[in-house]
Write a protein that binds this ligand. Sequence first.
Ligand code: WTA
Length: 677
Amino acid sequence: MSKKNNNENIVSETQIAVHWKEEEYFGPNPKFKEQANLSDPNVLEEYGEKNFPECFNKYADLLTWDKKWDTTLDTSNPPHWKWFVGGKLNASYNCIDRNLAKNKNKTAIHFVPEPENEAITHITYQELYYKVNEFAAVLRDYCGLKKGDTVTLHMPMVPELAITMLACARIGVIHSQVFSGFSGKACADRIVDAKSKYLITSDSYYRAGNLLDHKEKADIACDNAEEKGQHVDKVLIWQRYPGKYSAATPLIEGRDVFVNDILKDYRNAKVDPVSLDANDTLFLMYTSGTTGKPKGAQHSVGGYMSYVTGTSKYIQDIHPEDVYWCMADIGWITGHSYIVYGPLALAASSVIFEGVPTHPDAGRPWRVAEELDVNIFHTSPTAIRALRRVGADEPTKYDYHFKHMTTVGEPIEPNVWRWYYNVVGKKEAVIVDTWWQTETGGFLCSTVPGLHKMKPGSAGPGAPGIYPAILDEDGKLLPKGCGKAGNIVIRNPWPGLMMTVWGDDERFKRQYFDRYCKDPKSTDWHDWPYFAGDGAVEATDGYFRILGRIDDVINVAGHRLGTKELESAGLMVDEVGEAAVVPVADPIKGKIPHIFVSLKPGYKASEELMKKVSDTLASEIGPIAKPGRVWIVPDMPKTRSGKIMRRVLGAIASGQDAGDVTTLANPQIVEEIKKLY
Ligand code: WTA
């Protein structure tokens, strides 16, 4: 995308910003403060720039290392920063084994199935230890997987997903979990990029009352990967009901096996955790980017684990006695960092919820909270909006008490924030609005809940040890409180940042650093600000308000979808000649995609064709990509150089003024498209 386009987007975001006023402060709550892991303001200073990078040793010290590191930060190969060099550790050991001494009989995972008549299961640390060891033995001895191999996971929200991740981590196998709602084809792209020979999946899972056949996606994924040159040797299938196959799709002989059958040969097997270098890879997490092809954010063992453990302790304020529920999906980074790795490293009890929050009614989450005595709750603005819309009074009917709540994934509107605070939190809970990304491993901006006041709609200052800034297009610093939006950058390295884009160092550098790198030859980190791709404003109090993406990515219900990926799915419909996708504001999901298509000659617009386009997006990418509307247009508005003017389409789809279109090659088309509104 050209600089000019970025500018245009920033300008429109700035206009939004001008309409937003600064909100009043809330808290911090004195009762919360008394028990908080971080409530001494002097500690914050220790994370200031003069103590960087050594300040992050404190995060690393929260883990158990096989060998302590020699160097905190190595900047010799920018921007591939290396943290805790020389250190050795294992993530699975840190999340399980080391908790056995004091907490072996404590629940590690509460699994809440979607059907309410199915029992909640409580997996203790001891049980988790057994299950992870047994499955690690399957991976190592049955599959022959070893350190550095990749496997793709396409699993729903069941405890076996966490078990699979931790078993991989135990033997140094790199896991790449694909969101279960993604289609078989989307999974295939990620298998191909990661070069996985193994796919681990589940036969079925519940979603809004239906037991879905998930195994059929594995067949599509393997066939599609094969076409693209990646052969999948084996598909390991976990059963939703162990011992019973709950999908209609037949097994493929020689390729598909039930985990439950193989496990019988590995009862009580023990697998020593493999001691890994701090800069070995723990996992890949694919995320949408500007050029369409999803990129694999490659996260380290040492830096990542240190960062998620530190932020889970100080921002999520997790204590071992807490019952912590993050209602995200483990298929996204939030689930990796803040359902699995961070909370378990701190010996918390973490809730895994299979279902849809509003099913069978909007009281469900609050019944779960009451039942399990959840005291830390973590979700997204999309879920909050949906729960408010269908059940604004529901929380008052249940006897639960949160001390802490998190919002993540998108900007939260101040009035939605207030409902979350007053009704869901019963004015007892602090809220942290955590801004971060798949690439960043953990939180970047957030208030420290025992120290800072909250401000609705603002993520807050940089997290401890994170130094954000707002830069204009020329890299000039925009001062606090100037009321102008710019690009938010993080001036310094931090341990949670991905090491690179899997298989594409160049793209890593280009996407996140080229924009503001002051000197490509420099090995001084000050010259390499991290470009996050979000527009933001900084208020006089140093709080950052995030305005949204400035690139070709649409944030639907907190999930990043690449517009290019959606457009290429649209182009798979035979009749479609050109496709353009734009984000449109949606009261529940934040943004939803609208797709504009023009048809190849000889075809006519019809309801069926619209449905075909919509269905294709859902089948290619997944149901979350279903467009809010399919517009069949006579032609696309284009610049003289032939570029589709998405800005104009976006304005039309939102019912707004399309602005000056006289410079277009075909300005008359704008009026024709407007008639369709
Ligand atoms: C957006 C999710 C406003 C932002 C953890 C970012 C947010 C993208 C917030 C990353 C927040 C995330 N306020 N916007 N608190 N948190 N975002 O990679 O645009 O799925 O760049 O990571 O979500 O999405 P991702």
